[in-house]
Design a protein around this ligand. Sequence first.
Ligand SMILES: Nc1nc2c(ncn2[C@@H]2O[C@H](COP(=O)(O)OP(=O)(O)OP(=O)(O)O)[C@@H](O)[C@H]2O)c(=O)[nH]1
Ligand SMILES: [Mg+2]
Length: 483
Amino acid sequence: MKLQRPILVGGLVLSFTLWTLQSLHHSVMQLGEISLLSLSIVGGGLWLLKQNRTKDISEQVNWMHIDRSTAEDAIAKVEVVVNQLAQEVENHNEMLQAISPLREQIAHLTAELDRQQIQLAVTGGKSVGKTTLIKLLSDVETLHATSPHFHETSPLFTKAGEKSDAAILQEAIASDFVLFLTNGDLTDSEFQILQQLKAANQSSMLVFNKQDQYLPEERVSVLNSLKQRTQENVVAIAASPLPIKVRKLQEDGSAQEWLEVPAPDIQQLTQELDEVLAQRGQQLVWATTMRKALLLKTEAKNLLNVTRRERAVPVIEKYQWIAAAAAFANPVPALDLLSTAAINGQMVMDLGGIYQQKLSVEQAQTVAGTMGSLMLKLGLVELSSQAISAVLKSNTVTFVAGGMVQGVSAAYLTRIAGLSLIEYFQQQEIAINSGDGLHLDKLKQTLLSCFQQNQQIGMLQKFAQQGVKHLLPASSVASKATV
Ligand SMILES: Nc1nc2c(ncn2[C@@H]2O[C@H](COP(=O)(O)OP(=O)(O)OP(=O)(O)O)[C@@H](O)[C@H]2O)c(=O)[nH]1
Ligand SMILES: [Mg+2]
C-alpha cells in the first residue's frame, strides 16, 4: 500500500520533537530507555509549538475586572464536579471521605465572596524590609478606612529556610494583593517569582525599597530598569533610611556635624495602595475567591479522573485482547486494515460512558474511524508494527507464525487509542451536557503524546511478551521458549 509521505514525515517530525522535549528532562543515563524508534528518526520542527491550544476558562477571564457573578459561576462549577464525584464514588470508601472536606471548602468559598477585610501579602527576599514596611503601613491613617490585613511571608530565596519558595508563593497567591519588595535591580529568581504571580493571576505591586542606598541618579536608573523589565508600574520607597551626616557652618567659621535620621519615604506607595484598595478592593476579593475555586475544581477533577481511570483501564484491556485475537486469527497485510481493526467503536462508547461523554453509536463509530485514520496518517501504525516485529524477532518467539505481529500490533494500537481517549476525555470540562463535538486537533495531539509515552523499548518489550502470552496457549510459549 502507498503511504502518504508528507503526512508521515510530519508525524515523524513531531515524534522527534516530542522526543527531544522529553529527553531534555531525562538524564543521560536514561537515554537507553528512549525508544529506538525515536532515535532512528531524523528531523525536527517547531510546529508543535504553533498548535493553538484550546484555552482554559481561566484564560478567558478578565482578571482585572472580575465581578461577583463570575466568581459565583466558578464556585458553581466546582459544585458540579464535586456532585459528580459523589455520585461516581458511591461504593468507594476512600474517595467518599474526600467529599465532605470538598463540600466544606465550597461553603467557605461562598462565604469568602462577602469578605470585607483585604489580605495583603508582603513578600521578597531576606532582609528586604518587609517587617519595617508593614510596621509603617499599619500606622498610616488613610489606609484605615479599608483596614487591610498585612501578612509577612517567610523570606524568599533562602535555600536553608523552613519554607520553600513554592510554599511561599502559594501563601502569596492566597492573599488578595501582593507587595513584592526588592532592593535594586531584579535578580533572575525575583523575576521568576513575579512571573509566577502573574501566571497565577495574582495582582501585585513591585516596590523598590532602600532607595536611600543609591545616589539620586542611580535611583532613577534602577527604577527605570525595573519598570522596563516588568512592564509594570514600580514604586520606590525608603522604609527606614540610614542616618545621614548633617554639617552646619557656625558663625565663627567652625563646622558642626551630626547624624540625622531622615523620615521614611513611603508616600507614593501609600497613595497608590489607597487607590488600589478603594477602587479595586472588592474585585480583588472576588478574584481571590475565583483563584481558589479554580484550584479546588482541579483538585476535585483529579479525584474524579482517578476513579474513572480505575474503571477505564480494564475496559481498554478487554478490547485490546479482542482486537489482538481478531488480527491474529485473521491477519491482514495492509496497515490501513490493521488500524481499523484496532479501534473498536464499542470501546469508544464504553469509555465515553465512563467519562460522561454522551456519544451515539454513530458518533462513537466516527471517533473510532477518525482515530484509526489519524494513527495511520501520522505513521503510528507503521512505526508500531515495525517496532513490535523487531521486538518479537529479538525475543524467543522469532518462529511464531504470521499473525503474531498483527495481533500484538492491534492490541498495542488499541491500547494507545484507549489511553488517548481517556486523556482526551479527562481534559474536557465537567458539565451536564458534554460530548457534543470532538476537538480533532486536541485528539490528535493527545494521540501523539500517548504514543510517545508508550513507545519506550522496555515497555514495548513487556507489552509484546504479554501479547504473545495472550495469543498463544501457555504450553506452546513455554516449550518453544526453551528451544
Ligand atoms: N538603608 C535602608 N535600610 C532599610 C530600609 N528598610 C529597611 N531597612 C533595614 O533593613 C533591615 C531588614 O529590615 P526588615 O524589615 O527586618 O526586613 P525583612 O524583610 O522583614 O527581613 P526578614 O524578615 O529577616 O527577611 C533592617 O536593618 C532595616 O532597618 C531602607 O529603606 N533603607
Ligand atoms: Mg521580617
